[in-house]
Design a protein around this ligand. Structure first.
Ligand code: DGY
Length: 318
C-alpha cells in the first residue's frame, strides 16, 4: 500500500521531518520559493497532508484541486491563511500550534514597544548616518514605561504573557476582549476598547485577523489615542489600517508604532516605509530557533496523530 504524502509548502528545519521516515512520503519545497496557487496545486497534488506556514494562502479554490487532502497542519498559532470553513465543508481537518510560541512572541511585542517608544531605530539610523556630533540634554527623548498604562487588545495566551512582563516594568495593565476573563495571574483590568484607546500610554494588539477585526484600528480609533501613545501590532496585518497609521504618525497624532505584521505582507505600505516613527519587522514574532523547532514539532505531532488514526491534538475545526 502506498504511503500517505505530506506536502510541505516552505523550507523548514529538515531534522524536524525525520520522524516521517517510513511513515509517509515527504514532498519538500527545497527552493523555498513562495508558491503561487498553481505551483501549490502541483506541489501538493495527490497529498493527504499539507504541512504549511502562515504565509501560504490555502483557499477553497486550492482545496478544490486537492481532492485527496485530509489534513492541513499550519505551523503557526494563527490560521487566517486557511479557509477553515471551506476545509470543514470538504471534511479536511485543520490544526495549529498554540502555546509553544507564546513567550517568544510576547518578547517580540516588548522589543517593538520599547524600540518604538525609546526611538531605537530612528536614533541608530541618525548615528549611522554620521549625524551625531555632540551629546545633548534633549537628544532623542522617548517614552516612559514605569508608572504608565499599558492596554492590550486581544488578551489570549500571548496577551497574558505580555501583561506578565509589564508588571516587571511597574506598569498598570488594562485589556479589552469581547468578554472579561476570570480574574487571574495576568493582573489586568478589563475596560472598553474606547476607554483603553483613550487612556493608555501604550497599546498592544494581539488580535487574529477576520472580517470582524478588519481595520479594527483605523483613523477614528487612532485619533482617539493620546498623541504621546505608542502602538504595537504583533497579531495580524489588516487589523490596523496601515495607511491611516502612517498618516497619524506623520501628523503627530500618535508618537510611535512597532509593527511585525502588515496588510498584504510581505508588501508594506510605502507611507509606513517612509515613516521614521515606525519600527518595522518582517513577521518574526516567533522567530527563535527553539520556538520554531517547537512549532514545527507540534505541527508534526498533529500529523503523526492523524497518521496514527487519532484526532490531532490541536484541531481547530473538530
Ligand atoms: C503565528 O504562529 O501565527 C505567527 O504569526 C507565525 O506565523
Amino acid at each position: 500500500m502506498s504511503r500517505p504524502v505530506v506536502a510541505v509548502t516552505r523550507r523548514v528545519f529538515p531534522e524536524g521531518l525525520a520522524v516521517f521516515e517510513g511513515r509517509a512520503e515527504v514532498r519538500t519545497n527545497d527552493a523555498d520559493v513562495a508558491l503561487d496557487a498553481d505551483g501549490l496545486a502541483k506541489h501538493a497534488a495527490g497529498a493527504q497532508v499539507l504541512l504549511t506556514t502562515a504565509d501560504t494562502p490555502v483557499t477553497d479554490a486550492l482545496l478544490a484541486q486537492l481532492p485527496d487532502l485530509k489534513l492541513i497542519a499550519n505551523i503557526a498559532v494563527g490560521y487566517n491563511n486557511i479557509d477553515v470553513a471551506a476545509a470543514t465543508r470538504r471534511g479536511i481537518l485543520v490544526t495549529n500550534t498554540p502555546d509553544v510560541l507564546t513567550e517568544a512572541t510576547a518578547d517580540m511585542a516588548w522589543a517593538l514597544l520599547m524600540a518604538a517608544g525609546r526611538r531605537v531605530s530612528e536614533s541608530e539610523q541618525w548615528l549611522r548616518d554620521g549625524k551625531w556630533t555632540a551629546w545633548a540634554f534633549d537628544l532623542w527623548l522617548g517614552a516612559d514605561y514605569h508608572g504608565t498604562r499599558l492596554g492590550i487588545i486581544g488578551m489570549g495566551r500571548i496577551g497574558r504573557a505580555i501583561a506578565r512582563r509589564a508588571h516587571g516594568f511597574g506598569m498598570e495593565v488594562v485589556y479589552h476582549n469581547r468578554r472579561p476573563l476570570p480574574i487571574g495571574e495576568h493582573g489586568a483590568t478589563w475596560v472598553t476598547r474606547e476607554e483603553l484607546l483613550r487612556t493608555c500610554d501604550h497599546v498592544v494588539l494581539v488580535v487574529p485577523y477576520s472580517a470582524e477585526s478588519h481595520h479594527l484600528i483605523g483613523a477614528p480609533e487612532l485619533a482617539s489615542m493620546k498623541p504621546t501613545a505608542v502602538l504595537v501590532n504583533i497579531g495580524r496585518g489588516g487589523v490596523v489600517d496601515d495607511a491611516a497609521l502612517a498618516a497619524a504618525l506623520a501628523s503627530g497624532k500618535l508618537a510611535a508604532a512597532g509593527l511585525d505584521v502588515f496588510e498584504g505582507e510581505p508588501k508594506v505600505h510605502p507611507d509606513l516605509l517612509a515613516q521614521p516613527r515606525a519600527v518595522l519587522t518582517p513577521h518574526i514574532g516567533s522567530a527563535t530557533p527553539r520556538t520554531r523547532r517547537a512549532m514545527l514539532g507540534l505541527a508534526v505531532d498533529n500529523v503523526i496523530d492523524w497518521l496514527d488514526g487519532k484526532a490531532p491534538r490541536c484541531t481547530v475545526n473538530a
